[in-house]
Design a binder for this molecule. Structure first.
Ligand code: HEC
Length: 103
């Protein structure tokens, strides 16, 4: 029983720690221009999640200058975030994709 409770605690800590990486990246770097479900200066995460694949989202974050045309934009107003580490990128992309509508 003791071990069972301990492993639940570890699991919950991991899940929340992962979530908070995404929330920190979101609030620090993205929130000024992107909101979860509402259009802001940039498209909402829901809109992005419903039309893009993980690879395209990662590419846009790392190098919007190389991606905006492929994604159908006429100009690029998003800065690149190529100093985020792999953990931060994965966390924010998973967060974005969590807004995909269930079919
Ligand atoms: C200064 C405003 C700004 C910030 C900050 C910003 N974005 Fe953007 N983002 C935009 C704009 C504007 C676009 C539309 C395309 C363009 O301008 O390149 C966009 C496009 C995107 C797209 C592609 C949209 C599509 O059609 O699929 C993704 C993915 C994205 N942003 C993710 C992020 C993430 C993740 C962050 C935070 C790490 C972030 N953006 C921070 C303004 C911003």
């Amino acid at each position: 029983m003791k071990y069972f409770l301990a492993s639940i605690l570890v699991f919950v800590t991991i899940v929340f720690a992962k979530d908070s990486v995404a929330m920190k990246v979101f609030h620090t770097y993205c929130w000024g221009c992107h909101h979860q479900t509402a259009q802001a200066f940039g498209p909402s995460f829901r809109k992005i999640a419903n039309k893009r694949k993980r690879d395209e989202i990662i590419a846009q974050i790392l190098s919007p200058k190389d991606m905006y045309k492929k994604l159908g934009y006429r100009r690029n107003s998003m800065p690149s975030f190529n100093d985020l580490n792999a953990t931060q990128i994965n966390a924010i992309v998973t967060y974005i994709l969590s807004f995909k509508d269930k079919k």
